[in-house]
Design a binder for this molecule. Structure first.
Ligand code: MG
Length: 382
């Protein structure tokens, strides 16, 4: 069988799987989704449906806790090939199943006949409405998957990156009771770096609990904008440096630029921007305020902009971190294609959910392993 014929048959099977997923009740009720146009040969055909992600553990941050993440799964079919994409919408980013469905329904991708014109298609989406970055990421990821499949190459290869040069990924330990933290640390034993979410009064106790379980493991800290006093933040950075911490992510509110710059100048640890940076335009004003940026596809609007952000940050001498939301292996594997450009990675979102739909990138001995031979974003449906 010709590879192309095989892919055509696979695409047909996957469309059936989507319909099966809906009837199996994996979707949020009456939230819309569907097809923006009927399948037309030689044109981009968009399909999408809501898919609620079930978290293995409640996800506790300084300001809230949750057990599910709203998500929309998306496909672009073109000439018998299917590209997969995904929008994950943690509540704090301001998008929802409803907003993503509304934005995707407003698109006319059927007007495009060449999926290689990624720049033109992304410009078109930005012209339809500002924001909606997760919805745009879903389309961008599916386009990249499709183009890679047409080229029969994975994106790390198209970008000229060495798949051996991927960083270790951290595994996130959320805010919780010491007993739960001990259990989570035990579960995270394959990981070489642990990420600690902070922002409550018991921050030091959380670190000490982890240190009891694994005295040598490097940690990184994400304060999620939770620190308000720059002097205390600096004290904490010195203490964390003495406890084997590698860097601190978003210590203070993203609007608090002057105090963050003050802290970055004095901190023994690199200070990385997360909430303060979404897209390419955000980076230049942050030079001198932060040491690096955390790039996430759901913030950047997808892989195309994420690649440009990594390139700009490196040119400015800033560190690159690659992060994710709770996502299936679809979006996480798409982000992993960029991993050779990153000093740090936090690509554990697929490991936090109980209902992944895809097989994709793997973590082996704590390091990101890209699927070498799979084209596009490197995933196949489970
Ligand atoms: Mg963060």
């Amino acid at each position: 069988m010709e590879r192309r014929d095989f892919l055509r048959i696979s695409a047909f099977g996957l469309a059936s799987a989507v319909i099966g997923g809906v009837s199996a009740g994996n979707v949020l009720p009456s939230s819309g989704g569907g097809r923006s146009d009927s399948t037309r040969p030689g044109h981009l055909n968009l399909r999408f449906f809501p898919y609620e992600l079930k978290l293995k553990h409640a996800f506790n941050l300084a300001k809230y806790s949750r057990t599910t993440t709203p998500d929309v799964q998306l496909e672009i079919e073109y000439d018998g090939l299917t590209g997969y994409g995904e929008a994950s919408m943690p509540p704090y980013l301001g998008e929802s199943v409803e907003s993503v469905t509304r934005f995707l329904s407003s698109l006319d991708l059927g007007q495009f006949t060449d999926p290689f014109r990624i720049e033109e298609i992304l410009d078109y989406m930005d012209g339809v409405a500002p924001g909606n970055n997760a919805a745009k990421a879903a389309v961008d990821i599916a386009l990249h998957d499709l183009v890679g499949k047409i080229m029969r190459q994975p994106w790390y290869r198209i970008w000229g990156l060495n798949p051996d040069h991927t960083p270790y990924t951290s595994f996130t330990i959320g805010i919780d009771t010491p007993d739960v933290v001990r259990r989570k640390v035990a579960e995270a034993s394959p990981y070489k770096i642990l990420k600690v979410k902070m922002g409550l009064d018991n921050d030091r106790q959380l670190v000490e609990t982890i240190r009891e379980c694994r005295p040598e493991v490097p940690i990184c800290v994400d304060a999620n904008q939770g620190w308000t006093d720059k002097e205390k933040a600096l004290d904490m950075c010195h203490w964390l440096a003495s406890r084997g911490c590698l860097f601190v992510e978003q210590p203070m509110a993203k609007e608090n630029i002057d105090d963050t710059a003050w802290l970055t100048e004095r901190s023994p640890l690199p200070i990385i921007a997360d909430e303060a940076v979404k897209r390419l335009d955000d980076i230049l004003p942050l030079k001198g305020v932060y040491d690096g940026i955390n790039i996430k596809l759901m913030k950047s609007g997808g892989m195309h902009e994420a690649y440009r952000m990594a390139t700009l940050a490196r040119a400015l001498g800033m560190k690159v971190m690659l992060g994710c939301m709770t996502e299936t292996s679809c979006a996480v594997s798409a982000a992993a294609q960029l991993a050779p450009l990153a000093e740090y990675a936090d690509l554990d979102g697929n490991l936090l959910i109980a209902n992944d739909r895809f097989d994709g990138m793997k973590i082996t001995d704590g390091r990101i392993v890209l699927p070498r031979e799979r084209p596009g974003i490197g995933v196949s449906l489970l």
